[in-house]
Design a protein around this ligand. Structure first.
Ligand SMILES: Cc1ncc(COP(=O)(O)O)c(C=O)c1O
Length: 359
């Protein structure tokens, strides 16, 4: 999917006739406090790396992920972000029918569509705060051979316990479960929910470095899975998919350094504070509904008769970009998603939203 993601600061800047850095982007789910200290300086010091081709198979990055996570190299594939991995999965897995637990990130469905693969969407309900009922999912996944679960989920911010996902995947060993953990580093105690370390053979885990480290422009993602499944994916990998600067970033971010761990910890606690602040501010608006989220973004249902398109347009006119969720299957033009920033920006966003919803 080329259009329909958040983060299009370029189109808004062009429409408003201003530079992109004049736009406050609350539509893209990256860490507002990143990148981690020292990363940009490290990249500047290694700029000359762009004069040579990167490794054709990103082996250096795979080796660093393997060492850091204690996982054999043949269980890891690195990519130019998780996006190309998502788009080659249906082909590599020879999926016939996919089940997607939604409302969720649209690229799973688009990845299927681009490969001529049918997909069905199993939708969680707003009455349940969009929390998936894994028992109910068991009843519908029989005809499918691949199941997509985003954990925590974008855009609902819901988290399913790792053990519950493990149980579900073990119960259906003939199906492949693709679990996207791109937002898991934002959750306190992420290892408890991750399937990476203790992973059933039919589970593929996706991870993105774009989000927690705020480096979406560098494009680094990886997949962890059974060697057989990873090998099938490797057939569809493109040469040089982790570029030279991205490789330097992996080297910097994965080296043993308490500074990076402290940065991630500090991100979590600052986001918790900001979430409490925004929830308190926005919950006071009559008719609004905020859905509980374990991440740095959260889903908002607008009070009637407000529509997401109008609210997003007015916020954009004020140079604040928030995500219109009308194009998520299972949501409607009454939903927007906001990615938390620092206090000053959150306050500005809350004031604007309050005034727009009061009219
Ligand atoms: C759930 C989820 N997975 C994967 C991606 C793709 O991220 P990237 O290709 O930058 O790793 C996104 C981007 O928004 C996302 O929300």
């Amino acid at each position: 999917m080329i259009r329909g993601h958040g983060g299009n600061i370029y189109a808004l800047a062009a429409a408003l006739g201003c530079p992109t850095d004049a736009i406050t982007d609350m539509s893209s789910n990256v860490n507002p406090f990143g990148p981690p200290p020292g990363l940009v300086a490290h990249l500047q010091d290694h700029m000359t790396r762009i004069q040579a081709l990167p490794e054709v198979d990103a082996h250096g990055a795979v080796a660093l992920f393997a060492e850091r996570f204690g996982i054999p190299e043949d269980q890891i594939l690195a990519g130019n972000g998780t996006t190309p991995l998502i788009y080659s999965l249906p082909r590599a897995l020879e999926t016939r029918l996919a089940l997607i637990v939604g409302p969720t990130y649209a690229d799973y469905r688009d990845g299927c569509r681009q490969n001529g693969v049918d997909s069905a969407c199993w939708l969680t309900r707003k009455e349940d705060d969009f929390k998936p009922d894994l028992v109910a999912i068991e009843d519908v996944l029989q005809p499918c051979d691949t199941v997509y679960i985003c954990n925590p989920n974008n855009p609902t911010g819901c988290l399913v316990e790792g053990e519950a996902l493990r149980r579900l995947s073990r119960k259906f060993p003939d199906k492949t479960f693709v679990v996207d953990e791109s937002y898991l580093p934002f959750v306190p105690e992420p290892d408890e929910c991750s399937l990476m370390a203790e992973r059933p053979a039919n589970v593929l885990v996706l991870h993105s470095m774009s989000k927690i480290f705020r480096i979406p422009g560098l494009r680094i993602g990886y997949m962890v899975g059974d060697p057989g499944l990873v090998d099938r994916m490797r057939h569809y990998a493109l040469p040089w998919s982790v570029n030279s600067l991205a490789m330097e970033a992996v080297r910097f971010l994965l080296r043993p350094d308490e500074g990076i761990d402290r940065f991630v910890e500090a991100t979590r606690s600052r986001l918790t504070e900001e979430k409490t602040y925004m929830t308190r501010r926005l919950a006071a608006i009559p008719g609004i509904r905020l859905y509980p989220s374990v991440t740095g973004f959260f889903l908002i249902q607008l009070p009637r008769p407000h529509r997401s398109e109008d609210i997003c347009r007015e916020m954009a006119r004020n140079k604040i970009l928030v995500r219109d969720c009308a194009n998520f299957k299972g949501l409607s033009d009454r939903f927007i998603r906001i990615s938390l920033q620092d206090r000053e920006i959150n306050q500005r966003c809350a004031e604007l939203l309050e005034s727009l919803l009061a009219t």
